[in-house]
Write a protein that binds this ligand. Sequence first.
Ligand SMILES: [Zn+2]
Ligand SMILES: [Zn+2]
Length: 189
Amino acid sequence: MKINTNSPFFFNAHDLPRRAGEFREYSLTITLPEAMGIPMLSVPKNENLAVELRITSVDEGIFVSGQVSARAHGECTRCLDPVEFEIDQMFNQLYEYEEKAERIKKNAKPDDEEDEEILFLTGDFINLEIPLRDAIVLALPSNPLCDEECAGLCSGCGEKWAILPADHSHQGTDPRWSGLANWPGLTRE
Ligand SMILES: [Zn+2]
Ligand SMILES: [Zn+2]
């Protein structure tokens, strides 16, 4: 099996005795080769993930549990101001021995979808990319806001409501609408 030893996500579990119940703990710093997160909010490329890792020998392989800490950067979905978000997320993942991977490959049927979720050891190596990515995406809010109360932008001029005067309005500025401005029941955006 090919091992990409350049990947910062590969962790060598060589020091863990392969006897069920044995465990080792590590503090890792992983520098991201690419941004990790969601389009509106992510940990940027070249930033560090701090990972507290515990690897435990189990009968099927190695069970990995840990905590990832990092700082994500992004934009408020309402006003586009920069937003920072602290990630502090637990994760765990079982990595099974390769013998089982070979067995599954041999018996694989096209509709064997469930087996795709199983991760395997690559020799002594654990690829932490998938559980770390999942933990980070899980920790991030899907609609980041600079503030829960953020009022967003004026649809008329794109300026932030937070810095506009309370009586800010575009009534009358567009001649097409000026005649309508005084109609009863007509509310401005
Ligand atoms: Zn905002
Ligand atoms: Zn405006």
